[in-house]
Design a binder for this molecule. Structure first.
Ligand code: CP
Ligand code: NVA
Length: 321
């Protein structure tokens, strides 16, 4: 774990009122703080202690795409923190029929203490955050999924006891989930290996940024088109769907392009014996992952999904508190 040299109160003060759009906007210390806060909150909750840190506060949740985990974990998280959450389908809001992002942001700021948004366009979320005076939290865009990555690392931290120096292999599409995962791993000084098919690589600019962050923290990031090279000696092996929401027209082409990138018993034989299998879910069994792996003894996908709740409670309490 990255050392937190600043005192915790200084880090906590620096998080109040902030947006969470990308983990690139946060320091490694701030991410370490959020992970520790999430772990503490989970342990407190399991001990029956749930302080109402957001009593009387309301989170608006705007969705342009489907969701199970993000929607439910944010809503339950707000309830557990003593506040409220309000689900809004973007189609039903005036923004769905052309009201400007500028006006929407200003109006939402009059009612809400925070906004969580799942949107098609990361640029739109950035614009919304510019015009919203309360914290805006990214619940998935075309480029990033930061709350997912915090839950992912919390799960590895719980199982392995530390993150610094651990190896994570991401095999599959160089997508939103991959971007945030590798940036989070870099912040925590992990060794990250990314294997994608040609033409579906991790964003080149983000790769350079992730490498610089990792190197500053004693970790590393490398990208390859060879799944075996990525998975060798990994502590955690991660994949996501080959076709993300909004890319359905490309399904057939992607199925062909991703042949050889399935996480199966032959591939994970190259990882450490006690490797963890992780997937953000929803999953397609027998496409990106073999049933024997996702339903096998090394799979932590449900603990990982559960940790969305705890990671996001830490984010909510830190930003909205
Ligand atoms: N992993 C994730 O974000 O799941 P949902 O799409 O169900 O929210
Ligand atoms: N990459 C997937 C993640 C879903 C949680 C998507 O964007 O559809």
């Amino acid at each position: 774990m990255v050392m937190m040299e600043k005192n915790l109160t200084t880090i906590a003060d620096g998080l109040k009122g902030r947006d969470l759009l990308s983990l690139l906007d946060y320091t490694s210390e701030e991410i370490a703080y959020l992970l520790h806060f999430a772990k503490d909150m989970k342990e407190d909750m399991e001990a029956g202690n749930m302080p109402p840190l957001l009593a009387g506060k309301t989170l608006g949740m705007i969705f342009e795409k489907h969701s199970t985990r993000t929607r439910i974990s944010f809503e339950v998280g707000m309830i557990q923190l003593g506040g409220h959450a309000m689900f809004m389908n973007a189609r039903d809001l005036q923004i769905g029929r052309g009201e400007s992002v500028y006006d929407t942001g200003h109006v939402l700021s009059e009612y809400l203490d925070g906004v969580m948004i799942r949107a098609n366009s990361h640029e739109m979320v950035k614009e919304l955050a510019t015009h919203t005076s309360v914290p805006v939290i990214n619940g998935l865009t075309d480029i990033f999924h930061p709350c997912q990555a915090l839950a992912d690392l919390l799960t590895i931290l719980e199982v392995k006891g530390s993150l610094l120096g651990k190896k994570i292999a991401y095999v599959g599409d160089g997508n939103n989930v991959a971007h945030s995962l590798i940036i989070a791993a870099a912040h925590m000084g992990m060794h990250a290996a990314i294997a994608t098919p040609k033409g579906f690589e991790y964003d080149a600019d983000l790769l350079e940024k992730a490498k610089a962050i990792a190197e500053a923290n004693g970790g590393s990031v490398f990208a390859t088109n060879d799944p075996v090279e990525a998975v060798v000696n990994a502590d955690a092996v991660y994949t996501d769907v080959w076709t993300s929401m909004g890319q359905e027209a490309e399904t057939e082409a992607r199925l062909k392009a991703f042949q050889g990138f399935q996480i199966n018993d032959a591939l994970v034989a190259h990882a450490k014996d006690d490797y963890m299998f992780l997937h953000c879910l929803p999953a397609h069994r027998e496409e990106e992952v073999a049933t024997s792996v996702i339903d096998g003894p090394n799979s932590y996908v449900f603990q990982q999904a559960g940790n969305r709740l705890h990671a996001q409670k830490a984010v909510l309490a830190a930003l909205l508190g």
